[in-house]
Design a protein around this ligand. Structure first.
Ligand code: FAD
Ligand code: NAG
Length: 341
């Protein structure tokens, strides 16, 4: 059979994960990654990179559990990567992160649905909570933190072909299948009106003495120690497209984080960053056949991961790979159904 030409649109964590999954699992495909922006200029590059489940409004708990079972448990994340690569190789970009998620009020549900998907989940002890006098309750667990600014180039090296395009339409003439991992997409194209930005501003500081990640349960304030720096956040502003750093917000973030962890007052600020989370009621992972200028081209969508793109990237990439595999099966079937010539 002729090799199936696949274009993956998008060079963020969703695009690269999908491209690598397809290229490595389906050798009958040739995969080309196309995007208008590559690392270090994607949203994924600045993400704090914590693998942590989020809730999607409108999705039932049992469905969510299913999704997370497949998409984001830490074990899956690590196992997938270590299957083909030596562990040390991934561990340059990802590390285990012991975590404290703290709450000002005791939540109604003390044990969240995702507790079984992280490592060593337990309720924080009174001794641990003593360092947070304004908080009454907390979760302690270990998860994975991935540094996308070095992880994306690492994934990129596992792929052969990549190129920049500005015109999506030209793709339809040159490829048999398109995988759409365009995140928030481009505002200039008529697109999915269900996708919207949730703006997030962060600071990167030098504080190598910090080990635990600390996250206020409302998600508003967090301190995420990584391999090279500590990410301090944050903001969650729906529908806000501003990409520049807001001074007042930066000071607010530093103040809120320092109140949780006073040693941060002496940390050196290394950088500031704003990203737009590509948000949607639920991420869209499905196949569609698009009609363009007489061509019928199958498109597998994989976008709208919101504030959880790093978390969901491997799981959704596997689903994408399955959808592509189904397509190959269909093609094979069609070929068999043709009368012999
Ligand atoms: C402050 C902040 C903190 C975060 N922290 C975390 C975290 O701790 N854990 C976590 O899991 N997630 C986190 N996220 C969320 C995560 O960053 C996103 O969910 C993820 O980056 C989305 O990845 P993506 O590949 O879908 O999109 P992107 O990284 O935005 O990539 C989109 C790609 O598509 C390309 N593209 C778009 N339109 C076109 C077009 N028309 N033609 C060609 N190319 C196109 C772009 O050039 C780009 O290459 C955070 C986000 C922010 C802002
Ligand atoms: C890809 O997804 C974006 C949303 O990010 C949408 O606007 C666009 O129309 C989709 N492209 C294709 C080819 O379906």
């Amino acid at each position: 059979m002729k090799r199936v030409r696949i274009a993956v649109v998008g060079a963020g964590v969703a695009g690269f994960s999908s491209a690598v999954c397809i290229a490595e699992a389906l050798p009958s495909c040739s995969v080309t990654l196309v995007a208008d922006r590559f690392s270090p200029d994607t949203t994924s590059d600045g993400a704090a990179g914590i693998v942590l489940a989020a809730e999607f409004p409108g999705t039932s708990l049992s469905h969510l559990k299913n999704i997370y079972q497949c998409w984001c448990n830490t074990e899956l994340w690590v196992r997938l990567h270590t299957a083909k690569e030596p562990r040390q190789s991934l561990m340059k970009h990802a590390c285990f992160s012991p975590s404290w998620q703290i709450f000002k009020e005791v939540p109604a549900n003390k044990k969240p649905f995702w507790s079984e998907f992280v490592i060593g989940f337990r309720i924080m002890t009174d001794g641990e909570l003593r360092r947070f006098p304004h908080h009454k309750f907390g979760h302690a667990f270990t998860t994975v933190r991935c540094d996308c600014s070095s992880y994306l180039p690492w994934l990129q090296n596992r792929l052969v072909e990549k190129r920049k395009v500005n015109d999506l339409q030209e793709l339809f003439n040159n490829f048999d299948l398109i995988v759409n991992c365009s995140g928030l997409g481009s505002k200039s194209l008529v697109g999915d009106t269900h996708v919207y930005p949730v703006r997030g501003q962060v600071l990167k500081v030098e504080a190598p003495w910090l080990n635990h990640f600390i996250r206020d349960g409302d998600g508003g304030t967090y301190i995420y120690p990584g391999i090279r720096s500590v990410t301090l956040g944050g903001t969650r502003q729906e529908g806000d497209w501003r990409l520049h750093v807001d001074r007042a917000e930066a000071e607010g973030i530093l103040e809120r984080c320092s109140r949780l962890e006073p040693s941060l007052r002496k940390a050196k600020v290394l950088g500031e960053w704003v990203g737009l989370r590509p948000s949607r009621k639920n991420p869209r992972v499905e196949k569609e056949v698009v009609q363009v200028q007489g061509h019928r081209v199958p498109v597998v969508h994989n976008y709208g991961h919101g504030g959880s793109g790093v978390t969901l990237a491997w799981g959704t990439a596997l689903d994408v790979m399955e959808l592509v595999r189904e397509h190959l099966g269909e093609k094979l079937l069609q070929a068999r159904l043709l009368p012999p010539s």
